[in-house]
Design a protein around this ligand. Sequence first.
Ligand code: FAD
Ligand code: SIN
Length: 522
Amino acid sequence: MQRKVDFLVLGSGSAGLIYALKVADKGKVLVLSKSMLDDTATSYAQGGIAAVMYSPDNYEKHIEDTLKAGSGLNKKEVVEIAIRESSERIQELVDWGAHFDKDQSGKFSLAREGGHSEFRILHHQDNTGLEIQRTLSDRAKNHPNIEILEDYFAIDLITQHHLNEEVTRRREDIRCFGVYALNEQTQAVETILAKITLVATGGMGNVYQTTTNPLVSTGDGLAMAYRAKAHLDSLEFVQFHPTSLYNPGERPSFLITEALRGSGAILKTRKGVAFMSKYHELGSLAPRDIVARAIDNEMKLSGDDYVYLDARSISKDEIIRHFPSIYAKCLSIGIDITKDMIPVVPAAHYSCGGIQTDAHGRTSIHQLYAAGEVACTGLHGANRLASNSLLESAVFSHRAAMDALATVDAIQFMEGVPEWDAEGRVLNEEMILITQSTKELQSIMSNYVGIVRSDLRLKRAMDRLEILYKETEDLYEKSIVSQEICELRNMINVAYLIIKMAMARKESIGLHFSIDYPEKEK
Ligand code: FAD
Ligand code: SIN
Protein backbone atom coordinates (compact mmCIF):
# COMPACT_ATOMS: atom_id res chain seq x y z
CA MET A 1 0.00 0.00 0.00
CA GLN A 2 1.22 3.45 -0.82
CA ARG A 3 0.24 6.36 1.42
CA LYS A 4 -0.91 9.53 -0.30
CA VAL A 5 -0.94 12.96 1.33
CA ASP A 6 -1.27 16.50 0.07
CA PHE A 7 1.63 17.82 2.14
CA LEU A 8 4.53 15.70 3.34
CA VAL A 9 6.81 17.21 5.98
CA LEU A 10 10.19 15.67 6.76
CA GLY A 11 11.09 16.78 10.27
CA SER A 12 9.22 17.84 13.40
CA GLY A 13 11.31 20.80 14.58
CA SER A 14 10.28 24.44 14.37
CA ALA A 15 10.56 24.58 10.57
CA GLY A 16 8.51 21.45 9.93
CA LEU A 17 5.76 22.11 12.46
CA ILE A 18 5.23 25.80 11.67
CA TYR A 19 4.75 24.87 8.02
CA ALA A 20 2.52 21.89 8.89
CA LEU A 21 0.24 24.04 11.02
CA LYS A 22 -0.12 26.57 8.24
CA VAL A 23 -1.01 24.18 5.43
CA ALA A 24 -3.18 21.85 7.51
CA ASP A 25 -6.50 23.59 6.92
CA LYS A 26 -6.11 22.99 3.20
CA GLY A 27 -5.31 19.28 3.03
CA LYS A 28 -3.92 16.16 4.66
CA VAL A 29 -0.49 16.65 6.23
CA LEU A 30 1.91 13.89 7.21
CA VAL A 31 4.89 14.74 9.41
CA LEU A 32 7.75 12.22 9.62
CA SER A 33 10.21 12.30 12.48
CA LYS A 34 13.09 9.86 12.58
CA SER A 35 13.02 9.88 16.36
CA MET A 36 10.52 11.19 18.92
CA LEU A 37 8.45 14.22 17.97
CA ASP A 38 10.36 16.58 20.28
CA ASP A 39 13.83 15.16 19.69
CA THR A 40 14.99 18.12 17.62
CA ALA A 41 17.64 20.85 17.66
CA THR A 42 14.74 23.24 18.16
CA SER A 43 14.18 21.75 21.62
CA TYR A 44 17.84 22.39 22.46
CA ALA A 45 17.82 26.11 21.64
CA GLN A 46 18.79 28.12 24.68
CA GLY A 47 19.45 31.79 23.98
CA GLY A 48 16.27 32.69 22.15
CA ILE A 49 14.84 34.21 19.03
CA ALA A 50 16.02 37.52 17.64
CA ALA A 51 13.44 40.14 16.69
CA VAL A 52 13.04 43.88 16.73
CA MET A 53 10.57 44.73 19.47
CA TYR A 54 11.10 48.20 20.96
CA SER A 55 12.97 51.42 20.35
CA PRO A 56 15.88 52.26 20.36
CA ASP A 57 16.14 49.07 18.30
CA ASN A 58 14.87 49.17 14.74
CA TYR A 59 14.83 46.99 11.62
CA GLU A 60 17.77 48.80 10.05
CA LYS A 61 20.04 47.98 13.00
CA HIS A 62 19.10 44.30 12.97
CA ILE A 63 19.59 44.18 9.20
CA GLU A 64 22.99 45.82 9.53
CA ASP A 65 24.11 43.41 12.28
CA THR A 66 22.99 40.43 10.18
CA LEU A 67 24.85 41.65 7.11
CA LYS A 68 27.95 42.43 9.13
CA ALA A 69 28.03 38.98 10.74
CA GLY A 70 27.53 37.41 7.28
CA SER A 71 30.43 39.45 5.83
CA GLY A 72 28.05 40.75 3.18
CA LEU A 73 27.61 37.35 1.52
CA ASN A 74 23.98 37.40 2.65
CA LYS A 75 21.17 37.94 0.16
CA LYS A 76 20.16 41.46 1.11
CA GLU A 77 16.51 41.08 0.04
CA VAL A 78 16.18 37.91 2.14
CA VAL A 79 17.68 39.66 5.17
CA GLU A 80 15.17 42.50 4.72
CA ILE A 81 12.27 40.05 4.52
CA ALA A 82 13.37 38.00 7.55
CA ILE A 83 13.78 41.02 9.77
CA ARG A 84 10.86 43.11 8.62
CA GLU A 85 8.53 40.12 9.07
CA SER A 86 10.01 39.13 12.43
CA SER A 87 7.58 40.97 14.72
CA GLU A 88 4.55 39.46 12.99
CA ARG A 89 5.92 35.92 13.27
CA ILE A 90 6.80 36.40 16.95
CA GLN A 91 3.28 37.61 17.64
CA GLU A 92 1.96 34.47 15.97
CA LEU A 93 4.08 32.23 18.22
CA VAL A 94 2.79 34.16 21.24
CA ASP A 95 -0.81 33.79 20.00
CA TRP A 96 -0.22 30.05 19.63
CA GLY A 97 0.81 29.89 23.29
CA ALA A 98 4.59 30.39 23.48
CA HIS A 99 5.69 32.22 26.62
CA PHE A 100 8.64 34.57 26.45
CA ASP A 101 9.98 36.16 29.64
CA LYS A 102 8.69 39.62 30.53
CA ASP A 103 9.99 42.30 32.84
CA GLN A 104 8.04 43.91 35.67
CA SER A 105 6.46 46.47 33.35
CA GLY A 106 4.98 43.67 31.23
CA LYS A 107 7.32 44.22 28.28
CA PHE A 108 9.35 41.36 26.85
CA SER A 109 12.67 41.06 28.61
CA LEU A 110 15.28 41.16 25.85
CA ALA A 111 18.78 39.66 26.04
CA ARG A 112 21.83 40.51 23.98
CA GLU A 113 24.14 38.09 22.19
CA GLY A 114 27.36 38.29 20.18
CA GLY A 115 27.27 40.56 17.13
CA HIS A 116 23.97 42.25 18.13
CA SER A 117 24.16 46.00 18.61
CA GLU A 118 20.95 45.99 20.71
CA PHE A 119 19.11 43.89 23.26
CA ARG A 120 16.69 41.99 21.01
CA ILE A 121 16.65 38.31 21.99
CA LEU A 122 13.29 37.09 23.24
CA HIS A 123 13.76 34.13 25.48
CA HIS A 124 12.13 31.72 27.86
CA GLN A 125 14.74 31.48 30.63
CA ASP A 126 17.59 29.52 29.01
CA ASN A 127 15.33 26.95 27.34
CA THR A 128 13.53 28.96 24.68
CA GLY A 129 13.62 26.16 22.13
CA LEU A 130 11.85 23.75 24.42
CA GLU A 131 9.09 26.29 24.95
CA ILE A 132 8.68 26.82 21.19
CA GLN A 133 8.77 23.07 20.50
CA ARG A 134 6.17 22.44 23.23
CA THR A 135 3.88 25.07 21.75
CA LEU A 136 4.15 23.74 18.21
CA SER A 137 3.99 20.05 19.14
CA ASP A 138 0.84 20.58 21.23
CA ARG A 139 -0.91 22.33 18.38
CA ALA A 140 0.23 19.84 15.74
CA LYS A 141 -0.87 16.84 17.84
CA ASN A 142 -4.32 18.37 18.19
CA HIS A 143 -4.89 19.32 14.56
CA PRO A 144 -7.28 16.87 12.87
CA ASN A 145 -5.53 17.14 9.50
CA ILE A 146 -2.00 16.48 10.80
CA GLU A 147 -0.72 12.95 11.21
CA ILE A 148 2.63 12.52 12.92
CA LEU A 149 4.71 9.38 12.44
CA GLU A 150 7.57 9.03 14.90
CA ASP A 151 10.47 6.66 14.23
CA TYR A 152 10.05 7.01 10.48
CA PHE A 153 13.31 7.59 8.69
CA ALA A 154 13.17 9.28 5.27
CA ILE A 155 15.72 7.54 3.04
CA ASP A 156 15.41 9.19 -0.35
CA LEU A 157 13.28 11.69 -2.22
CA ILE A 158 11.34 10.11 -5.07
CA THR A 159 11.93 11.79 -8.42
CA GLN A 160 11.71 10.81 -12.12
CA HIS A 161 14.90 8.85 -11.52
CA HIS A 162 12.95 6.20 -9.59
CA LEU A 163 10.41 5.79 -12.39
CA ASN A 164 13.19 4.74 -14.72
CA GLU A 165 12.03 7.58 -16.90
CA GLU A 166 14.59 8.77 -19.34
CA VAL A 167 15.62 11.33 -16.77
CA THR A 168 15.68 14.61 -18.39
CA ARG A 169 19.16 16.05 -18.60
CA ARG A 170 17.82 19.36 -17.43
CA ARG A 171 18.10 19.71 -13.67
CA GLU A 172 15.36 22.35 -13.83
CA ASP A 173 12.79 19.70 -14.81
CA ILE A 174 13.23 17.39 -11.83
CA ARG A 175 10.08 16.87 -9.74
CA CYS A 176 9.61 15.37 -6.30
CA PHE A 177 6.78 12.87 -5.77
CA GLY A 178 7.37 11.96 -2.10
CA VAL A 179 9.83 9.76 -0.21
CA TYR A 180 10.85 6.24 0.59
CA ALA A 181 10.83 5.98 4.37
CA LEU A 182 11.93 3.27 6.78
CA ASN A 183 9.34 2.37 9.39
CA GLU A 184 11.61 1.68 12.37
CA GLN A 185 9.01 -0.54 14.08
CA THR A 186 8.48 -2.95 11.18
CA GLN A 187 11.78 -2.34 9.38
CA ALA A 188 9.76 -2.06 6.15
CA VAL A 189 10.49 0.63 3.59
CA GLU A 190 7.25 2.43 2.73
CA THR A 191 6.44 4.56 -0.29
CA ILE A 192 4.83 7.86 0.66
CA LEU A 193 3.47 9.96 -2.18
CA ALA A 194 2.81 13.66 -1.79
CA LYS A 195 1.77 16.55 -3.94
CA ILE A 196 4.25 18.76 -2.12
CA THR A 197 7.17 17.77 0.10
CA LEU A 198 8.97 20.00 2.60
CA VAL A 199 12.46 19.06 3.77
CA ALA A 200 12.90 20.33 7.34
CA THR A 201 15.43 17.83 8.63
CA GLY A 202 17.68 20.30 10.44
CA GLY A 203 21.47 20.36 10.62
CA MET A 204 24.46 18.08 10.32
CA GLY A 205 26.62 18.70 13.44
CA ASN A 206 27.27 14.98 13.91
CA VAL A 207 29.65 15.06 10.98
CA TYR A 208 32.07 16.43 13.62
CA GLN A 209 33.52 14.88 16.79
CA THR A 210 32.31 17.62 19.09
CA THR A 211 28.88 19.10 18.49
CA THR A 212 26.03 20.76 20.33
CA ASN A 213 23.55 19.15 17.93
CA PRO A 214 21.28 16.30 18.96
CA LEU A 215 22.06 12.84 17.58
CA VAL A 216 19.34 13.26 14.92
CA SER A 217 21.34 16.00 13.15
CA THR A 218 23.12 13.89 10.56
CA GLY A 219 22.46 15.97 7.46
CA ASP A 220 19.94 13.53 5.98
CA GLY A 221 17.93 16.18 4.15
CA LEU A 222 21.05 17.72 2.65
CA ALA A 223 22.24 14.35 1.38
CA MET A 224 18.83 13.34 0.03
CA ALA A 225 18.53 16.63 -1.84
CA TYR A 226 22.06 16.28 -3.20
CA ARG A 227 21.34 12.78 -4.49
CA ALA A 228 18.13 14.08 -6.08
CA LYS A 229 20.27 16.72 -7.82
CA ALA A 230 18.94 19.81 -6.03
CA HIS A 231 21.18 22.86 -5.80
CA LEU A 232 23.03 23.20 -2.50
CA ASP A 233 24.99 26.21 -1.40
CA SER A 234 27.43 27.67 1.18
CA LEU A 235 28.12 24.44 3.08
CA GLU A 236 31.71 25.53 3.80
CA PHE A 237 30.24 27.91 6.39
CA VAL A 238 30.00 25.66 9.42
CA GLN A 239 29.41 27.60 12.60
CA PHE A 240 31.31 26.49 15.68
CA HIS A 241 29.74 27.72 18.89
CA PRO A 242 32.55 29.07 21.05
CA THR A 243 31.26 27.83 24.37
CA SER A 244 30.14 24.27 24.87
CA LEU A 245 30.73 22.68 28.25
CA TYR A 246 34.02 20.76 28.39
CA ASN A 247 32.85 17.42 29.73
CA PRO A 248 34.78 14.63 27.98
CA GLY A 249 32.68 11.70 26.83
CA GLU A 250 29.39 13.60 26.71
CA ARG A 251 27.67 13.68 23.29
CA PRO A 252 26.12 16.01 22.31
CA SER A 253 28.11 18.66 24.10
CA PHE A 254 26.03 20.80 26.42
CA LEU A 255 25.76 24.39 25.23
CA ILE A 256 26.63 27.32 27.43
CA THR A 257 24.50 30.03 25.86
CA GLU A 258 26.01 33.18 24.47
CA ALA A 259 23.39 35.05 26.50
CA LEU A 260 25.56 34.32 29.54
CA ARG A 261 28.25 36.45 27.93
CA GLY A 262 25.52 38.97 27.09
CA SER A 263 24.86 39.17 30.83
CA GLY A 264 28.53 39.79 31.63
CA ALA A 265 30.42 36.46 31.63
CA ILE A 266 34.01 36.77 30.38
CA LEU A 267 36.32 34.33 28.62
CA LYS A 268 39.59 33.61 30.40
CA THR A 269 42.57 31.34 29.97
CA ARG A 270 43.09 28.49 32.42
CA LYS A 271 45.40 30.87 34.26
CA GLY A 272 42.49 33.26 34.71
CA VAL A 273 43.60 35.92 32.19
CA ALA A 274 40.88 37.57 30.08
CA PHE A 275 41.96 37.36 26.44
CA MET A 276 39.19 38.46 24.10
CA SER A 277 40.11 42.17 24.02
CA LYS A 278 43.26 41.10 22.09
CA TYR A 279 41.05 39.84 19.28
CA HIS A 280 38.07 42.22 18.98
CA GLU A 281 36.76 45.48 20.39
CA LEU A 282 33.54 43.72 21.52
CA GLY A 283 35.66 41.38 23.69
CA SER A 284 33.79 38.26 24.80
CA LEU A 285 30.73 39.41 22.83
CA ALA A 286 32.50 39.57 19.47
CA PRO A 287 30.85 37.66 16.59
CA ARG A 288 30.96 33.91 17.02
CA ASP A 289 33.54 33.10 14.33
CA ILE A 290 36.02 35.47 15.92
CA VAL A 291 35.43 34.15 19.45
CA ALA A 292 35.68 30.51 18.31
CA ARG A 293 38.96 31.17 16.47
CA ALA A 294 40.35 33.12 19.42
CA ILE A 295 39.60 30.21 21.77
CA ASP A 296 41.09 27.76 19.27
CA ASN A 297 44.22 29.91 19.12
CA GLU A 298 44.49 30.26 22.91
CA MET A 299 44.13 26.50 23.32
CA LYS A 300 46.84 25.92 20.72
CA LEU A 301 49.16 28.47 22.38
CA SER A 302 48.74 27.05 25.89
CA GLY A 303 48.24 23.37 24.97
CA ASP A 304 45.18 23.38 27.24
CA ASP A 305 42.08 21.32 26.39
CA TYR A 306 39.71 24.16 27.28
CA VAL A 307 39.40 27.78 28.35
CA TYR A 308 37.21 29.19 31.08
CA LEU A 309 34.03 31.21 31.04
CA ASP A 310 33.80 33.30 34.17
CA ALA A 311 30.18 34.07 35.10
CA ARG A 312 30.90 34.89 38.72
CA SER A 313 30.18 38.59 38.25
CA ILE A 314 26.51 37.78 37.52
CA SER A 315 24.32 37.75 40.61
CA LYS A 316 23.06 34.40 41.85
CA ASP A 317 19.52 35.74 41.53
CA GLU A 318 19.95 36.44 37.84
CA ILE A 319 21.68 33.11 37.23
CA ILE A 320 18.80 31.21 38.79
CA ARG A 321 16.10 33.30 37.10
CA HIS A 322 17.58 33.49 33.60
CA PHE A 323 19.92 30.48 33.38
CA PRO A 324 18.39 27.70 35.53
CA SER A 325 19.22 24.86 33.11
CA ILE A 326 22.88 25.82 32.82
CA TYR A 327 23.14 26.29 36.58
CA ALA A 328 21.61 22.85 37.22
CA LYS A 329 23.63 21.09 34.51
CA CYS A 330 26.96 22.46 35.73
CA LEU A 331 26.06 21.73 39.33
CA SER A 332 25.34 18.12 38.32
CA ILE A 333 29.01 17.71 37.38
CA GLY A 334 30.34 19.57 40.40
CA ILE A 335 30.62 23.13 39.02
CA ASP A 336 28.77 25.89 40.86
CA ILE A 337 28.83 28.64 38.25
CA THR A 338 28.20 31.35 40.85
CA LYS A 339 31.53 30.35 42.45
CA ASP A 340 33.53 28.38 39.87
CA MET A 341 34.61 29.17 36.34
CA ILE A 342 33.10 27.00 33.59
CA PRO A 343 35.46 24.98 31.34
CA VAL A 344 34.38 25.50 27.71
CA VAL A 345 35.43 24.47 24.19
CA PRO A 346 34.08 25.30 20.72
CA ALA A 347 31.74 22.74 19.13
CA ALA A 348 30.16 22.35 15.69
CA HIS A 349 26.82 24.05 16.07
CA TYR A 350 25.08 25.24 12.92
CA SER A 351 25.16 24.86 9.17
CA CYS A 352 24.77 28.21 7.42
CA GLY A 353 24.64 26.49 4.06
CA GLY A 354 22.09 24.03 2.81
CA ILE A 355 19.53 23.35 0.11
CA GLN A 356 19.31 26.52 -1.91
CA THR A 357 15.87 28.13 -1.69
CA ASP A 358 14.28 31.32 -2.86
CA ALA A 359 12.40 33.66 -0.55
CA HIS A 360 9.36 31.33 -0.71
CA GLY A 361 11.20 28.20 0.39
CA ARG A 362 11.19 26.78 -3.16
CA THR A 363 14.15 24.57 -4.07
CA SER A 364 15.45 23.92 -7.57
CA ILE A 365 13.28 20.76 -7.65
CA HIS A 366 9.57 21.20 -8.44
CA GLN A 367 7.12 20.26 -5.65
CA LEU A 368 10.00 20.32 -3.15
CA TYR A 369 10.43 23.04 -0.52
CA ALA A 370 13.04 23.35 2.22
CA ALA A 371 12.99 25.36 5.45
CA GLY A 372 14.90 25.70 8.70
CA GLU A 373 18.54 24.79 9.17
CA VAL A 374 18.59 22.43 6.17
CA ALA A 375 17.80 25.35 3.85
CA CYS A 376 20.11 28.03 2.55
CA THR A 377 17.87 31.05 2.11
CA GLY A 378 20.79 33.46 1.97
CA LEU A 379 19.90 35.04 5.32
CA HIS A 380 23.17 34.16 7.02
CA GLY A 381 25.81 34.68 4.36
CA ALA A 382 29.23 33.64 5.64
CA ASN A 383 28.19 33.54 9.30
CA ARG A 384 24.89 33.43 11.18
CA LEU A 385 24.09 36.08 13.71
CA ALA A 386 23.13 34.48 17.04
CA SER A 387 19.44 33.62 17.45
CA ASN A 388 18.61 34.37 13.82
CA SER A 389 17.96 30.69 13.15
CA LEU A 390 14.65 30.21 14.94
CA LEU A 391 13.63 33.45 13.30
CA GLU A 392 14.54 32.07 9.88
CA SER A 393 12.37 28.98 10.51
CA ALA A 394 9.44 31.13 11.55
CA VAL A 395 9.61 33.50 8.59
CA PHE A 396 10.48 31.11 5.77
CA SER A 397 8.31 28.17 6.87
CA HIS A 398 5.44 30.64 6.82
CA ARG A 399 6.40 31.84 3.35
CA ALA A 400 6.86 28.28 2.06
CA ALA A 401 3.43 27.39 3.41
CA MET A 402 1.81 30.36 1.68
CA ASP A 403 3.42 29.37 -1.61
CA ALA A 404 2.47 25.70 -1.23
CA LEU A 405 -1.14 26.63 -0.47
CA ALA A 406 -1.27 28.64 -3.66
CA THR A 407 0.06 25.85 -5.87
CA VAL A 408 -1.17 22.55 -4.40
CA ASP A 409 -4.50 22.44 -6.24
CA ALA A 410 -2.79 22.29 -9.60
CA ILE A 411 -0.68 19.24 -8.66
CA GLN A 412 -1.65 15.58 -9.21
CA PHE A 413 -0.18 12.56 -7.40
CA MET A 414 2.38 10.70 -9.50
CA GLU A 415 1.19 7.34 -10.79
CA GLY A 416 3.38 4.27 -11.29
CA VAL A 417 5.96 4.91 -8.58
CA PRO A 418 7.66 1.57 -7.85
CA GLU A 419 8.12 0.12 -4.38
CA TRP A 420 11.55 0.23 -2.75
CA ASP A 421 13.88 -2.24 -4.43
CA ALA A 422 15.53 -4.47 -1.80
CA GLU A 423 16.55 -7.27 -4.13
CA GLY A 424 19.89 -8.92 -3.44
CA ARG A 425 20.44 -7.17 -0.12
CA VAL A 426 21.41 -9.12 3.00
CA LEU A 427 21.47 -8.29 6.67
CA ASN A 428 24.63 -6.52 7.72
CA GLU A 429 25.50 -8.06 11.05
CA GLU A 430 28.72 -6.14 11.55
CA MET A 431 27.70 -2.87 13.18
CA ILE A 432 31.38 -2.24 13.89
CA LEU A 433 31.86 -1.43 10.20
CA ILE A 434 29.41 1.44 10.57
CA THR A 435 30.39 2.73 13.99
CA GLN A 436 34.10 2.70 13.18
CA SER A 437 33.60 4.50 9.88
CA THR A 438 31.47 7.12 11.63
CA LYS A 439 34.29 7.77 14.11
CA GLU A 440 36.82 8.00 11.29
CA LEU A 441 34.63 10.47 9.45
CA GLN A 442 34.20 12.65 12.53
CA SER A 443 37.94 12.60 13.15
CA ILE A 444 38.73 13.61 9.55
CA MET A 445 36.28 16.49 9.68
CA SER A 446 37.36 17.77 13.10
CA ASN A 447 41.08 17.55 12.37
CA TYR A 448 41.15 18.88 8.80
CA VAL A 449 37.90 20.77 8.17
CA GLY A 450 37.36 22.53 11.50
CA ILE A 451 37.68 26.13 12.64
CA VAL A 452 41.03 26.69 10.91
CA ARG A 453 41.64 25.13 7.49
CA SER A 454 44.34 24.99 4.82
CA ASP A 455 44.56 23.67 1.26
CA LEU A 456 46.68 20.76 2.44
CA ARG A 457 44.29 19.83 5.26
CA LEU A 458 41.31 19.95 2.91
CA LYS A 459 43.06 17.78 0.34
CA ARG A 460 43.99 15.30 3.01
CA ALA A 461 40.39 15.24 4.22
CA MET A 462 39.11 14.60 0.69
CA ASP A 463 41.59 11.79 0.09
CA ARG A 464 40.66 10.05 3.35
CA LEU A 465 36.97 10.58 2.68
CA GLU A 466 37.24 8.91 -0.71
CA ILE A 467 38.18 5.62 0.95
CA LEU A 468 35.30 5.83 3.41
CA TYR A 469 32.92 6.73 0.59
CA LYS A 470 33.82 3.69 -1.49
CA GLU A 471 33.62 1.30 1.45
CA THR A 472 30.29 2.70 2.60
CA GLU A 473 28.64 2.73 -0.83
CA ASP A 474 29.69 -0.88 -1.25
CA LEU A 475 28.21 -1.81 2.13
CA TYR A 476 25.04 0.18 1.43
CA GLU A 477 24.42 -1.53 -1.93
CA LYS A 478 24.66 -4.96 -0.35
CA SER A 479 22.95 -4.40 3.03
CA ILE A 480 19.32 -4.43 4.04
CA VAL A 481 18.64 -0.79 4.65
CA SER A 482 19.01 0.47 8.23
CA GLN A 483 18.96 3.93 9.80
CA GLU A 484 22.62 3.54 10.80
CA ILE A 485 23.96 2.79 7.33
CA CYS A 486 21.80 5.55 5.81
CA GLU A 487 23.02 8.11 8.34
CA LEU A 488 26.66 7.20 7.73
CA ARG A 489 26.15 7.44 3.99
CA ASN A 490 24.41 10.80 4.39
CA MET A 491 27.15 12.20 6.63
CA ILE A 492 29.77 11.15 4.09
CA ASN A 493 27.81 12.91 1.32
CA VAL A 494 27.57 16.04 3.45
CA ALA A 495 31.25 15.93 4.42
CA TYR A 496 32.12 15.67 0.74
CA LEU A 497 30.07 18.77 -0.03
CA ILE A 498 31.56 20.75 2.85
CA ILE A 499 35.10 19.91 1.75
CA LYS A 500 34.37 20.53 -1.92
CA MET A 501 32.85 23.95 -1.24
CA ALA A 502 35.64 24.81 1.19
CA MET A 503 38.23 23.88 -1.45
CA ALA A 504 36.51 26.13 -3.97
CA ARG A 505 36.58 29.16 -1.69
CA LYS A 506 40.02 30.69 -2.15
CA GLU A 507 39.72 33.29 0.60
CA SER A 508 39.14 33.57 4.31
CA ILE A 509 35.74 34.99 5.01
CA GLY A 510 33.24 34.57 7.83
CA LEU A 511 33.28 31.02 9.12
CA HIS A 512 35.64 29.76 6.44
CA PHE A 513 39.15 30.55 7.65
CA SER A 514 42.16 29.23 5.73
CA ILE A 515 45.76 29.89 6.70
CA ASP A 516 46.59 29.89 2.97
CA TYR A 517 44.52 32.98 2.22
CA PRO A 518 44.89 36.22 4.11
CA GLU A 519 41.72 37.44 5.72
CA LYS A 520 39.74 40.01 3.78
CA GLU A 521 39.45 43.49 5.22
CA LYS A 522 36.02 43.67 6.93
P1 FAD B 1 15.36 20.54 13.95
O1 FAD B 1 14.71 21.29 15.05
O2 FAD B 1 16.68 19.95 14.23
O3 FAD B 1 14.37 19.38 13.49
C1 FAD B 1 14.82 18.42 12.58
C2 FAD B 1 13.78 17.32 12.48
O4 FAD B 1 14.06 16.50 11.35
C3 FAD B 1 13.75 16.37 13.66
O5 FAD B 1 12.41 16.07 13.95
C4 FAD B 1 14.43 15.09 13.14
O6 FAD B 1 14.00 13.92 13.74
C5 FAD B 1 13.95 15.15 11.71
N1 FAD B 1 14.76 14.37 10.77
C6 FAD B 1 16.06 14.51 10.46
N2 FAD B 1 16.42 13.60 9.53
C7 FAD B 1 15.32 12.88 9.24
C8 FAD B 1 15.05 11.80 8.38
N3 FAD B 1 15.99 11.24 7.61
N4 FAD B 1 13.79 11.30 8.35
C9 FAD B 1 12.80 11.80 9.13
N5 FAD B 1 13.01 12.83 9.98
C10 FAD B 1 14.25 13.36 10.03
N6 FAD B 1 18.96 29.01 17.17
C11 FAD B 1 18.42 30.20 17.57
O7 FAD B 1 17.87 30.94 16.75
N7 FAD B 1 18.47 30.55 18.89
C12 FAD B 1 19.05 29.78 19.83
O8 FAD B 1 19.05 30.13 21.01
C13 FAD B 1 19.64 28.56 19.43
N8 FAD B 1 20.25 27.76 20.34
C14 FAD B 1 20.70 26.54 19.94
C15 FAD B 1 21.24 25.67 20.90
C16 FAD B 1 21.66 24.41 20.53
C17 FAD B 1 22.26 23.49 21.56
C18 FAD B 1 21.54 23.99 19.19
C19 FAD B 1 21.98 22.63 18.77
C20 FAD B 1 21.02 24.86 18.22
C21 FAD B 1 20.60 26.12 18.60
N9 FAD B 1 20.06 27.01 17.67
C22 FAD B 1 19.55 28.19 18.07
C23 FAD B 1 19.86 26.59 16.29
C24 FAD B 1 18.41 26.15 16.10
O9 FAD B 1 17.97 25.48 17.25
C25 FAD B 1 18.24 25.24 14.92
O10 FAD B 1 18.90 25.73 13.80
C26 FAD B 1 16.75 25.12 14.56
O11 FAD B 1 16.00 24.79 15.70
C27 FAD B 1 16.58 24.10 13.48
O12 FAD B 1 15.21 23.82 13.35
P2 FAD B 1 14.76 22.81 12.24
O13 FAD B 1 13.28 22.68 12.36
O14 FAD B 1 15.33 23.21 10.96
O15 FAD B 1 15.48 21.43 12.64
C1 SIN C 1 23.17 30.41 22.23
O1 SIN C 1 22.25 30.42 23.03
O2 SIN C 1 24.29 30.81 22.46
C2 SIN C 1 22.90 29.84 20.90
C3 SIN C 1 22.19 30.84 20.11
C4 SIN C 1 22.20 30.43 18.68
O3 SIN C 1 22.78 29.43 18.29
O4 SIN C 1 21.59 31.18 17.91
